[in-house]
Design a protein around this ligand. Structure first.
Ligand code: A3P
Length: 323
């Protein structure tokens, strides 16, 4: 394992200078690997995950485009899957950031290649997460009968959320990335794990082919009708709600536990940091900004919004994906 890990790191170092480069949102640049734009250190995580990660048939994997609501859906899935284990009054989410309960596959192997991806004692299925597009998923994820919950969000809100988030993480000595530039890069597909539209289309295609393996949801749908969508997720991950739970208000309690209002006010999420990899650290509070649909209206001009809508219409077509 040790040597394997070193080999992958050497392969990463060797491949980096050969890849197409574009301006970065957070650091100097993004690189394009098999059609996907990644930060150089993000690519290392992806390469390590593709090599080291072995999926189990019982695994549940939350896959998201960055800023599509990963933190929220980590909380929701964790709550749904473990609701018979924890009481709401002493729930781990009250004292633990969702990113500490559900790990990113691509951040798991950075330092310790043999790190256990599971926290002992929780639900019998492992709950993991990823930003990797379907095309880059480790083979065992594609071939095993694990289940994948994919979350997409209106690209206009995802763009604004990403721009605001990465702005805060940009080194002080680098000038801020103007929104006009971020907009241009995003439209050209140059965003973390982008192109945004390809990311969604990969999972939509997989879901159409294997609806029992991939469930596609949107941030907006969960926000608009949380009860209905929580039940869909619970069915999909094999933890359906029974009638007593429904009449006892369990869904409503899960909704309010995981709500933006509740999570963002907790001490653990106001302080503390996520140390995703040796180089990448994010204050927990950065994962909670506005938590609303349509904040793009406060930032994008009507022309910008129109251009994005046009790309979305052209790329997504059909009624499946409308924002
Ligand atoms: P905004 O920047 O639009 O506010 P991710 O978790 O994928 O990084 O996405 C972060 C986005 O989800 C941010 O969007 C953040 O505010 C929002 N968010 C975080 N927790 C949330 C929650 N519990 N409910 C709804 N939205 C949430």
């Amino acid at each position: 394992e040790e040597i394997d890990h070193k080999d992958i790191c050497m392969e990463w170092e060797a491949i980096l200078p050969t890849l197409p480069k574009q301006k970065g949102w957070m650091a100097d640049h993004l690189v394009q690997y098999q059609g996907v734009w990644l930060s150089p250190s993000g690519l290392k995580g992806v390469m390590l995950a593709r090599h080291h990660f072995t999926c189990l048939p019982t695994d549940i994997i939350l896959s998201t485009s960055p800023k599509a609501g990963t933190t929220w859906f980590k909380a929701l899935l964790f709550t749904i899957m473990n609701r018979r284990i924890y009481q709401f009054s002493s729930h781990p989410l009250l004292t633990t950031n969702p990113h500490d309960l559900v790990l990113f596959i691509e951040a798991m192997f950075d330092q310790a290649p043999t790190a256990s991806p599971v926290k002992d004692g929780i639900s019998s299925s492992r709950l993991l997460s990823t930003h990797m597009p379907y095309s880059l998923l480790p083979n065992s994820v594609k071939t095993s009968c694990c289940r994948i919950v994919y979350v997409c969000r209106d690209p206009k809100d995802a763009l604004i959320s990403q721009w605001q988030y990465l702005k805060k993480l940009r080194p002080k000595e680098m000038p801020p990335l103007p929104l006009e530039e971020a907009f241009g890069l995003f439209c050209d597909g140059v965003s973390h794990f982008g192109p945004f539209w390809d990311h969604a289309l990969g999972y939509y295609g997989a879901s159409r082919e294997s609806p029992q393996k991939v469930l596609v949801l949107t941030y907006e749908a969960m926000m608009t009708d949380p009860a209905f969508n929580i039940k869909r997720v619970a069915d999909f991950v094999g933890h359906p709600l029974d009638p007593e739970e429904e009449s006892g208000g369990v869904v409503e309690r899960m909704v309010s536990l995981c709500s933006f209002e509740n999570l963002s006010r907790l001490e653990v999420n106001k302080g503390g940091v996520q140390q995703f990899t040796a180089q990448f650290m994010v204050p927990n509070s950065n994962f909670f900004r506005k938590g609303q649909i349509g904040d793009w209206r406060n930032h994008l001009t009507p022309t910008m919004a129109e251009s994005l809508n046009k790309i979305t219409k052209e790329r997504f077509g059909g009624p499946d994906l409308e924002f």
